[in-house]
Write a protein that binds this ligand. Structure first.
Ligand code: NAD
Ligand code: ADE
Length: 419
């Protein structure tokens, strides 16, 4: 078996992490039990390009237990947990191609190594695997029945491909399930982004001015948690509705160039490019800590920053000081790559339980339905989304009310109004 990881000797520590995460992933475990009994993925090869974490390992193990061959590479050069990668190779015989800190050339050679396994299903977090397959290995596209996509930015890219008729198989937008973005994007990113910033810097959040760029699902979670830790939170937006929402949620809202003047921390979560731009670097407060938790490392315009920088040095692991020509110093975390997975361990397992339950059911759904699905982006049927919610509630020991016959009739009728 071929693989490319940092060090196989890390496997034991990785196995401990995988087992620790498993305890908080009961919904995925339940689905895995079913896969194991029915071996529904026999003769299926899955090419997965995901953050190589303990939670991902549990997903890959579930798919393998269902009979699949799985090859795995990283969906970001900085997000791999090397010990987990080693455990997947040593104890589960998964060909893993991922090393934390790999350069871009290596990153893409790892994607190609996964494509060499000739997948029938692709699994993406950001759409890089599917994109390389379509643009560089078009002859192989015909082998693929369908794909899944984990994150907002990946779904945006795929919708753009479908619009241009450049997408040649159906993809399930796992991100768009309610049991994914309501929880993973909001509570997962909210907590793990702060975790990453704190682990990298050991700075106090309380009393600081913390600027969140983007008030979507991730931004809402981050703003809420930063406020919870005592920060004075400012939100920046380009969408007028989201800006009102942030304002009515009690946050100050302003332009980024104004927010930067008083920011101790700026964190971007927009999925957009150059949000912290050259104009922002001109107004930014001396000593500001800048990071990103959006999918790609384009939200902070680092090439523009380099042009106005006198010298750059590494101060701590994942913390780089940029000394500007005007004398100010700015600290950039993880070279602008997603801070929660680069400087911490990503979302907690409990929230990834639902995201990866969606991934697992999406693979099953594609295999059963690919012949009837158009080459577009689809969402998982609501009945499966709600099934995941029901299983999660059960695992949390939370019971809820159910509609009575009388209530069902009332809600579906129109005759009963003012009495
Ligand atoms: P979303 O679409 O819900 O929200 C993005 C928000 O950013 C929108 O409200 C949009 O109006 C705003 N925005 C766009 N351009 C902006 C700009 N120039 N300035 C200020 N605001 C701007 O998306 P989301 O689900 O919150 O995801 C955001 C990003 O985070 C995506 O790249 C997604 O893939 C990524 N993501 C990361 C993690 C993680 O683990 N770090 C998890 C989930 C999603
Ligand atoms: N995305 C965000 N957090 C993650 C995690 N813990 N594992 C895999 N993908 C993630």
């Amino acid at each position: 078996m071929q693989y490319d990881i940092k060090n196989i000797k890390l496997a034991e520590e990785g196995l401990r992490k995988i087992n620790w995460a498993k305890k908080d992933m009961p919904v995925l475990q339940g689905i895995a039990e079913n896969f194991k009994k029915k071996k529904i993925f026999k003769k299926v090869t899955i090419g997965a390009c995901l953050h190589v974490t303990a939670e991902t390992a549990n997903l890959i193990i579930a798919l393998k237990e269902g009979g699949a061959n799985v090859a795995l590479c990283a969906s970001n050069p900085f997000s791999t947990q090397d010990d987990v990668a080693a455990a997947l190779v040593k104890y589960y015989k998964v060909p893993v191609f991922a090393i934390k800190g790999e350069n871009t050339k290596k990153y893409f050679s790892h994607i190609n190594a996964v494509l060499d396994a000739k997948p029938n299903i692709t699994m993406d977090d950001g759409a890089d695997l599917l994109s390389v397959l379509h643009s560089e290995r078009p002859k192989q596209v015909g082998n693929v029945k369908g794909g899944t996509e984990e994150t907002t930015t990946g779904v945006t890219r795929l919708r753009a491909m479908a619009k241009e008729k450049a997408l040649h198989y159906p993809v399930i937008a796992v991100n768009d399930s309610m049991t994914k973005h309501f929880f993973d994007n909001r509570y997962g990113t909210g907590q793990s982004t702060l975790d990453g910033i704190i682990r990298a810097t050991n700075k106090l959040i309380a009393g600081s001015v913390f600027v969140v760029a983007g008030y979507g699902w991730c931004g809402k979670g981050l703003a809420m948690r930063a406020r919870g830790m005592g920060a004075n939170v400012i939100v920046t937006e380009i969408d007028p509705v989201k800006a009102i929402e942030a304002s009515m949620d009690g946050f100050r809202v302003m332009k980024m160039t104004d927010a930067a003047r008083e920011a101790d921390f700026i964190c971007t979560v927009t999925g957009n490019t150059s949000v912290v731009s050259i104009d922002v670097f001109k107004t930014i407060k001396d000593g500001c800590i800048v990071s990103n938790s959006g999918h790609f490392d384009v939200e902070i315009d680092l090439p523009a920053l380099a042009k106005i920088t006198k010298q750059k040095k590494v101060l701590r692991n994942m913390v780089e000081e940029y000394e500007l020509k005007n004398g100010k110093k700015i600290f950039v975390l993880a070279e602008g790559r997603l801070v929660n997975l680069s400087c911490a361990e990503g979302h907690p397992s409990s929230v990834m339980d639902m995201s990866f339950a969606n991934q697992a059911l999406a693979v099953e759904y594609i295999l059963k339905n690919y012949k009837n699905l158009s080459c577009e982006v689809h969402i998982l049927p609501e009945v499966l989304d709600r099934k995941i919610a029901v299983l999660k509630l059960k695992s949390l020991g939370i019971r809820i009310d159910t509609l009575t016959k009388r209530q069902e009739k009332y809600l579906s009728g129109w005759r009963e109004g003012t009495i």
